[in-house]
Design a protein around this ligand. Structure first.
Ligand code: C5P
Length: 231
């Protein structure tokens, strides 16, 4: 299943906890590959919205949704030190980041057939020397034998505040209360779905980042990386 020459670090946790930033910092430090598994669910959501613009997820056949997930023609490259995501030749790096796409992704991520359709694709990211994988079920389902599993958490209010600040800095006007509400809804769906719900693996190290800044979280994560990973 996993390439024996490649090691894995799993970073799981709820939306807006800063996994992406930490993942990049760790991958840079080790010079390892990255898997942003949420982007695969977001890209699937984008394709579903494009192919079925007027249909709710419930009214689309599960086999059709799984087929879309299985046949994504997506490539990940690096551009100016950032991850660039190209779907059928189109740069979708920004367009999949909207709250709408996050909510739609969370809806379709609750469908077991969609998750199965994306499983091998996620595992294929594991290449030597190693992979830093960011998601909800990296440590519980996708890479159960990972060398290091970290579960990041923070209160919904704190995560919403961070997101609010980011969006404000980009000049995007948002309402803090609705951000908190959206995060709560997404947590609720991700934690309570039947297949691969968001939860820490039994052997994960749990870090509550509510009162920590990004440097402090990175330092804590790197402490565990240095304990567990052979460079
Ligand atoms: O991490 P991100 O916010 O991009 O993920 C979008 C949605 O995709 C999540 O809310 C979750 O429902 C789903 N997801 C998942 N399993 C993963 C990664 C993301 O179910 N490993």
């Amino acid at each position: 299943m996993t390439d024996s020459k490649a090691q894995v670090i799993c970073l799981d946790g709820p939306s807006g906890v800063g996994k992406g930033t930490i993942c990049l910092a760790v991958a840079r430090d080790l010079d390892w590959h990255i898997l942003d598994s949420g982007s695969l669910y977001r890209i699937t959501a984008l394709q579903v919205l494009r192919q079925f613009p007027d249909s709710g997820t419930d009214s689309i056949k599960v086999t059709q949704l799984a087929e879309i997930a299985k046949n994504l023609s997506v490539t990940y490259t690096e551009k100016d030190g950032q991850l660039m995501i190209v779907l059928d030749g189109e740069d979708v790096t920004q367009s999949i980041r909207t709250e709408q796409m996050g909510a739609k992704a969370s809806e379709i991520a609750a469908i077991p057939e969609v998750r199965t359709a994306l499983l091998q694709r996620q595992r294929a990211f594991l290449q030597p020397p190693g992979l830093v994988a960011d998601g909800r079920d990296m440590g519980t389902v996708v890479f159960p034998d990972a060398e290091l599993k970290i579960y990041l958490t923070a209160s919904a209010e704190e995560r919403a505040q961070r997101r609010y600040k980011q969006l404000k800095e980009k000049g995007i006007d948002v309402n803090l209360a609705s951000l908190v509400e959206e995060l709560r809804q997404r947590d609720e769906r991700d934690m309570n779905r039947k297949t691969a719900p968001l939860k820490p693996a039994s052997d994960a190290i749990i870090i509550d980042t509510t009162t920590l800044d990004i440097e402090q979280v990175t330092k804590e994560v790197m402490f565990w990386v240095n304990q567990r990973i052979t460079r």
